[in-house]
Design a protein around this ligand. Sequence first.
Ligand code: ZN
Length: 382
Amino acid sequence: MNSIVQCTLATEYLVSYFAQGEWESDINSNARRGSTAKGKMAQAFSSLFNETCTRTSSTAISPNIFYRTVCSLYPQFSGYSQHDAQEFLRCILDGLHEDLRVPPTKPSKTYSEAEVDSWSDEKKARYSWDRFRKDGSSIILDLFGGLLHSSITCHRCKYRSSTFDFFMDLSVPIPQSGNDERPLLSFSRRSRSQKPVSLRECLDEFTADEILDGSEAYNCAKCKKPVKATKRLRVCKAPDLLVIHLKRFAYDTYSGEKIENVVDFPFSNLRIDNIMRPDVSPPSPVYDLYAVCGHSGSLHGGHYVAYTKSLSPYPPLPGSQQSSVHSLVESSAPLASPWTPDSPALPALRETWHLCNDSYVSPVNKAEAVSGAYVLFYKRRR
Ligand SMILES: [Zn+2]
């Protein structure tokens, strides 16, 4: 839990939003509608954030109240067994999104399925994203939200169906090649290759075309029968904050295992053009890493830590003091970093990476974050 909290607290725009108190008006407006989390998650996150900012000693803070709040909303995190950090992150983001959602402005105009089907993909994507936001946008959706386009093309008649879903993180597989047989030395019948892979390979695997056939054949709406088809997944709206979950924990019917391969990922200049639709605009967003949640140990027990690019105590947002993260996002203004190389406020901490363990924080060589990386946090460069 601590590692995900540390990564979340390293998310500067989210922290600025809480620091400026804007969350209180959003939570109040939402309380009238009754959120699932009933404001508890935002309250608890704000309290934890305030405690972090106002502590006067160097001793560690206990996030007990925050933890108990999360457990009251998501009981699966109770107890002392190892919980999944990415699942924990999703619950925090879902809870904050529910609590901070602004009420829908007005009902979206609805269109018939046939009408939507006749639109271009670009128009469908815009329509889908508008509908998600009109159902209730939040700082969480605006910062972390992206849009995935899933298409299925019938091999027989070439009809292509499309669905659009928003995401707050991408769960990408770690591709395996050349499994070796090790029947005597391993509890597992097959051991996976330990060869390092690149993040780009993981993203390629995530969006690799999938052939639907046999028992998984596609029921084509035009052919009106099961047919062979190709399923394709692409990002059609890239988020401002891109969270990539490396699927290290693999399960089958009888057991599970941890995939230990080192994943080589860039600390800056991550481009995801290989998983994006080529016709979206801008075509090739660029991301820089700001936090990593890492795991050491096995499937059944281990330890999570965070590596964060620590910049400062929470500085003002770009532009005027009165501006807010929310309004910046709403107006699609650039999320430019408030820090520049010439900034007098924070020059020394500009590129400092820290290891955040349960009870201490220490400077670290960023290369240490590579081994065991489990969840990567990237910020889009503007
Ligand atoms: Zn068909």
